[in-house]
Design a protein around this ligand. Structure first.
Ligand SMILES: Cc1cc2nc3c(=O)[nH]c(=O)nc-3n(C[C@H](O)[C@H](O)[C@H](O)COP(=O)(O)O)c2cc1C
Length: 179
């Protein structure tokens, strides 16, 4: 089973979750974890499961403006935050998705990181990804899952292990004829 996990991450939380999902799925397939800016969306390889994840910004997927705000936070040494991407990596999951050529029949799962709370109040990047995929007539193998960060943008305790469990669970949701 080939599993490709593509993530966007400004401060490293979504990156860490992507790695943990890969760790959980690792024993059951060949896993690749890659940042969205490091994989050409137009030439995606055929995989059995594609997992997409991004941080929630302003209730949805990041924009050039929100990524700029994140970069400013990282410049502030008192924030303790560092950018998880190069200075020149200007695009994010939103732009990546719009040029993504996802091979038909690919099974897809989606996650995000966000502040704990009702989606109505805090939003969800995963929900935005799911809506975009729906427009491309791509179905998800599971409902989007959110992993919680604290006010300091770092993951809540326990979220890493929850992500590893979800990674394992995802491998059981793949249709058997493609596994
Ligand atoms: C500009 C900006 C806007 C944000 N807006 C939201 C939001 O609307 N809802 C939310 O739950 N979290 C919001 N957050 C917190 C992010 O979800 C958090 O920084 C992210 O999950 C950390 O993941 P990362 O380290 O992979 O970037 C925002 C963060 C930034 C920098």
């Amino acid at each position: 089973m080939r599993i490709l996990i593509v993530f966007e991450s400004l401060f490293g939380a979504t990156h860490a979750i992507a790695d943990e999902i890969g760790t959980g799925a690792g024993p059951y397939g060949e896993v690749t974890v890659v940042a969205a800016h490091d994989i050409d969306p137009a030439t995606l390889p055929a995989v059995d499961l594609l997992v997409l994840g991004a941080p929630t910004h302003n209730h949805g997927l990041s924009t050039a403006e929100s990524r700029g705000q994140a970069a400013l936070l990282a410049i502030d040494t008192f924030s303790g935050l560092q950018l998880d991407r190069g200075e020149n990596d200007s695009s994010g999951m939103r732009e990546w998705l719009h040029s993504a050529a996802i091979p038909s029949g690919t099974q897809v799962a989606v996650f995000d990181t966000r502040i704990r709370g009702p989606r109505l109040f805090v939003g969800s990047a995963g929900h935005d990804i799911a809506q975009t995929l729906h427009r491309f007539q791509i179905c998800l193998v599971a409902k989007p899952v959110s992993f919680s960060v604290m006010g300091n943008h770092r993951l809540e305790p326990g979220e890493r292990s929850r992500a590893a469990h979800w990674g394992t669970e995802l491998t059981t949701l793949i249709r058997p004829e493609r596994a």
